[in-house]
Write a protein that binds this ligand. Structure first.
Ligand code: SAM
Length: 204
């Protein structure tokens, strides 16, 4: 039975209710579905690496799009509940500390990803400067990991927040990818200033 609190929140947040009905672990699944409809980032058989993937809604959405011949490597510092989806592999790693590139390449047997998603975000303090700085650290590290893990001509979907730092990140991305766009998903929480860089056509 859903609790009173869950019912109140679900009324305010229809994406959350829909996620539960459709077997997704989080509403984030709809952000990837929308990005897929708009930019066609993935096809069946593709390899996806997601950083900051817990509890796993986006990884599940990716798993459905790439199908059984594809693979999703879901990375988070938190421990995942096991997935029923056979094409999702989980890694419990801190992207700021651990050798994510080495661990993922070992799992992929040296292959590279068609798409790297970073949805990593820190626990927020409510102090804007600290939150933006921590988010930027995660985004920058994700960008660096993508330089090694995304194949030539592959794509990156990278969470960022409106800030000076995001402008710097956009410049870096434009050096590495043929096309860089800004994407604000409809499933974004109204209070959040998050958006995603969608970078396509990795140059090398
Ligand atoms: C918004 S949630 C991700 C939601 C997820 N994409 C989904 O589809 O359900 C952000 C995640 O970033 C993770 N995270 C934050 N810092 C991290 C780090 N240093 N290394 C790995 N994961 C991190 C958090 O543990 C959290 O699970």
């Amino acid at each position: 039975m859903p609790t009173r609190r869950w019912i109140d929140e679900a009324k305010r947040d229809p994406y959350r209710r829909r996620a539960r009905e459709e077997g997704y672990r989080s509403r984030a699944a709809y952000k990837l579905e929308e990005a897929q409809r708009r930019f066609g980032l993935l096809k069946r058989g593709d390899i996806v690496v997601e950083l900051g993937a817990w509890p796993g809604g986006m990884a599940q959405a990716a798993s459905r799009i790439v199908g059984p011949e594809g693979l999703v490597v879901a990375v988070d510092v938190r421990e995942f509940k096991p997935f029923e989806e056979e094409n999702i592999i989980t890694l419990q790693l801190d992207i700021l500390e651990d050798d994510v590139i080495g661990e993922v390449l070992r799992i992929l047997d040296g292959r590279r990803a068609d798409l790297l998603i970073s949805d990593a975000s820190p626990s927020f303090t409510g102090i804007r400067e600290i939150d933006i700085a921590r988010q930027y650290e995660l985004a920058l590290r994700s960008y660096e990991i993508a330089r090694s893990l995304v194949r030539r001509d592959g794509s990156l979907m990278l969470k960022a927040f409106d800030s000076e730092e995001a402008i710097e990140l956009a410049e870096k991305l434009r050096r590495d990818y043929a096309v860089v766009k800004r994407f604000v998903p409809r499933a974004k929480k109204k209070t959040s200033s998050e958006f995603y860089f969608i970078a396509m056509g990795k140059l090398r």
